[in-house]
Design a protein around this ligand. Sequence first.
Ligand SMILES: [Cu+2]
Length: 280
Amino acid sequence: MKIKYLLPLLFITLLSVSCSTDNTNTPHDETEGLLKIQDFSNGDYTIEVYSKSGLFYTGYNHISLRIKNLNTNKYLENANIEWMPVMQMPTMEHSCPKSEITKVENKQTIYEGYIIYQMTGMNGSGWSLTFNFTIDGVNHTIKDTINLIQSDLQNVTSFTGTDEVRYIIALVEPNQPVIGTNKIKAGLFEMESMMNFTEVTDYTIALDPRMPSMGNHTSPYNKDLSYNSTDRMYYGDLSLTMTGYWVLNLKLLNEENSVLKGEDITESNAKSSLYLEIEF
Ligand SMILES: [Cu+2]
């Protein structure tokens, strides 16, 4: 019995070892399920940038990429890459929250990370993306402008708390909401400077979903979002009792449970000043 299961496993292990030492290091199914957004090229290297949609949107973007050496036509398997999104505005420039770029487990050539665009300019203009990477001690930089599409719904919001700190909350999940209880995942960031955004730890995001078109009714069994130190995101339960347009009314509370932004929903207050939107 055991041998029967071990043998295929051994075979797969051998196969994957032989693959990684193979000189054709471009298994063409590694980008399966992804659509290319854009190539960033400097003549020697091209960074192919992908996502599920093939577009950059305002809000949370999960991004996959790989780097091709144009002289050898091979994809790099051990690159050390950093990125910097910058928006050029009339009087200043600023960045947005982003993750590190890490190698995807079980893939040879794919790297991943996220960028949370909090705004866009006229016709999707304004943003550039710069990649910095080092190969054999040589630094490389590739910069290009991107096109950023405005999301229909408010999936990201930036605001100033009563503590005078500038924050950003972005909806990460659910991607495809269902009737019933959905896992809700959000990122919370503090704007330390125009270029530097850091994850906020151990706060609480109170959640009160409402349906404005139906008497502003709420739903049962929601759970406020709390901090998860493993992936440094916030998680809670979002209950959606029917399809349609929902306002996710929020309140941001610090470690002392002081409200930094947002209000309770009452007879006289139909909406919090801090909210996100979902429609399905
Ligand atoms: Cu801007």
